[in-house]
Design a protein around this ligand. Structure first.
Ligand SMILES: *[C@@H]1O[C@H](CO)[C@@H](O)[C@H](O)[C@H]1NC(C)=O
Ligand SMILES: *[C@@H]1O[C@H](CO)[C@@H](O)[C@H](O)[C@H]1NC(C)=O
Ligand SMILES: *[C@@H]1O[C@H](CO)[C@@H](O)[C@H](O)[C@H]1NC(C)=O
Length: 159
């Protein structure tokens, strides 16, 4: 519950930061990126989606049985992918807050992290030995897929 509230607190904080950035964007010559409301919604959905994906992966690890060593190691790989994507988002956010264009390699890091998480979850699902764990992994997969879709919209909307 605390995590859930934290995600919303973070989303609101980010919304305020992005608004500050937008107010300044017209004047900022060194910024290579403009953003509109759609772009900011996409960013928030990416941030919240990453947090949600991380929580669902942890839930799957918690619900795994002693026979699920293969699946658990793949779930940990998925968690690492999400963590790397979150680090990329942090880098982008720091650039935006200081009125700079987000570094291209940070964007790449976000995309690669989400892709790695998605691939690891496919293996985890294949190695799951209980239907309860499979259901948890399916939930995590759908969160990751939604986050990936939001990330793709960031690339097309935040030009
Ligand atoms: C692990 O697998 C064995 C063999 O299939 C099974 O008998 C046992 O109940 C399983 N243990 C758990 C915790 O699911
Ligand atoms: C199970 O995990 C192994 C690696 O530990 C992987 O090579 C394999 O593809 C996984 N199985 C399925 C059905 O995904
Ligand atoms: C705002 O985002 C929409 C969403 O697709 C995009 O089509 C549009 O070009 C963007 N507008 C500006 C001014 O960047």
């Amino acid at each position: 519950m605390a995590r859930f509230e934290f995600a919303y607190f973070l989303a609101i904080t980010l919304a305020m930061l992005f608004r500050v950035y937008n107010a300044d964007a017209g004047k900022s010559v060194q910024s290579g990126q403009s953003s509109n409301a759609t772009c900011n919604i996409d960013r928030l959905q990416t941030v919240v989606g990453l947090d949600n994906s991380a929580s669902l992966i942890q839930k799957a690890i918690k619900d795994s049985s002693s026979n699920d060593t293969a699946a658990v190691s793949q779930l940990k790989a998925a968690a690492n992918g999400i963590q790397s994507a979150q680090a990329g988002v942090d880098t982008i956010l720091q650039a935006l807050v200081t009125g700079q264009a987000p570094p291209a390699n940070a964007r790449q890091q976000v995309g690669d992290g989400i892709d790695a998480a998605g691939a690891a979850l496919i293996s985890a699902f294949g190695n799951s030995t209980t239907s309860a764990l499979s259901a948890d992994i399916a939930d995590a997969q759908s969160a990751v897929a939604g986050t990936l879709a939001a990330g793709i919209r960031v690339v097309s909307d935040c030009t």
